[in-house]
Design a protein around this ligand. Structure first.
Ligand code: CA
Length: 237
């Protein structure tokens, strides 16, 4: 389930947005101040942030700038919400690193559509679309992983963590992910888990993928991390 952080000091709006997002299947956390929002992000990276422009204390704009400046939060999908609609503000929000911009009041339908568009671009693992890499297919809706071998669909059984890990790797193919990045994006917590944990789950995942000849799709990049590739090196096994 995708986790959305709603940063909004007007509780009526925060509540309304959360109810609608929960209804649409999102897991929602509300923060009424910039400080609270920062704590939530430190604790666990959300899949997306709905960020109000006008907040008590640090503004949404400052928060967006800060997050864009830090490695851990640089890719965090952010949609800014604002009551103002002047062109200058819109430009300011996008300059600060917001991925999109919604002017209050907005419809739930529009909000959900914008969220899906931003997620598709920046965090496709947070969506429920099926994904395929080198014949290996993963469907988040049915939670099935399959591969066609000799015209037969063979199913791969993995645990929930391996499933999330494979989903993340498949939605970001060919890119190298460090263990810390994988902990943030797959486990959602970089503080309390050892990086070695990633290796354990990658090993389990490769073992599960072995019977369908897909273990080599997950490459170890020495000194850097892991990568899902369409074209495994011949030597990899
Ligand atoms: Ca506000």
């Amino acid at each position: 389930m995708s986790r959305v952080l709603v940063v909004e000091d007007e509780s009526a709006i925060a509540e309304l947005v959360s109810i609608n997002l929960r209804h649409a299947g999102y897991d929602v956390v509300i923060a009424a101040t910039a400080e609270r929002a920062q704590l939530e992000v430190d604790r666990e990276l959300p899949d997306l942030v709905l960020l109000d422009w006008m907040l008590p204390g640090a503004s949404g704009l400052q928060l967006a700038r800060r997050w864009r400046g830090e490695a851990r939060t640089r890719e965090l999908p952010i949609i800014m919400l604002t009551a103002r609609n002047e062109e200058a503000d819109r430009v300011g929000g996008l300059d600060a690193g917001a991925d999109d911009y919604l002017t209050k009041p907005f419809s739930t339908k529009e909000l959900l559509a914008r969220m899906r568009a931003v997620l598709r671009r920046k965090a496709p693992e947070a969506l429920d679309s099926a994904v395929e890499v080198a014949g290996l297919r993963l469907d988040p809706t049915t939670r099935r992983i399959t591969r066609l071998i000799d015209g037969q669909s063979r199913e791969v059984k993995v645990g929930p963590t391996e499933f999330r890990l494979l989903h993340f790797l498949m939605t970001h193919p060919e890119r190298v992910h460090s263990r810390a990045q994988l902990l943030d994006r797959v486990w959602g917590d970089h503080v309390f888990i050892e990086e070695r944990t990633v290796d354990v789950h990658v090993k389990r995942l490769r073992e599960a993928l072995g019977p369908v000849h897909c273990a080599a799709l997950i490459e170890t990049v020495r000194g850097a991390g892991y990568r899902m590739t369409q074209t495994p090196a011949a030597a990899a096994a």
